[in-house]
Ligand binder design. Structure first.
Ligand code: HEC
Length: 125
């Protein structure tokens, strides 16, 4: 619980001290849009597909899905959407950059419902 509070206050500090970018701009600023579009697969899956495949009405399951997505972005890897790997993003593991990654994932899961989950999607768990 303490760590949750520390995290929350760290996030609050960041949002006051750094210029606040909208989540879509954060995705651009972190290079995600080179491989991801909203509505169609390019090199990586469309964010709309990610939102559709990992959606859940169960809040706990949704949180677990978001955490797994963030982990996959940080560690990189292939096999969920096809053979092309996503490069690792170790720079997003901690601190303010990790808060940015969480904001991007929150935005994808909440706002980018523009398409359906494709057949080739193979969830890890
Ligand atoms: C060089 C291209 C590339 C870049 C840059 C990239 N991705 Fe990916 N991304 C991919 C590929 C390819 C996959 C599919 C990996 C797989 O099939 O396991 C993927 C998968 C994903 C997924 C779904 C993961 C899952 O477990 O289903 C998310 C979410 C995601 N990327 C977000 C991001 C974010 C956020 C960034 C920016 C910080 C980013 N990506 C940058 C290529 C990229």
């Amino acid at each position: 619980m303490k760590s949750v509070i520390a995290l929350l206050s760290a996030a609050a500090l960041v949002s006051f001290s750094a210029p606040t970018l909208a989540s879509e701009d954060l995705a651009k600023a972190n290079g995600c849009t080179a491989c991801h579009q909203l509505d169609k697969k390019v090199i990586g899956p469309a964010y709309g597909q990610v939102a559709a495949c990992y959606a859940s009405k169960d809040a706990k399951k949704l949180d677990a899905n978001k955490a797994a997505l963030a982990k996959h972005v940080i560690e990189g890897g292939a096999g969920v959407w096809g053979a092309i790997p996503m490069p690792a993003h170790p720079q997003l593991k901690d601190g303010a950059k990790n808060a940015e990654l969480k904001k991007i994932i929150d935005w994808v899961m909440k706002d980018v419902k523009v398409t359906e989950c494709p057949k080739e999607f193979k969830p890890k768990a």
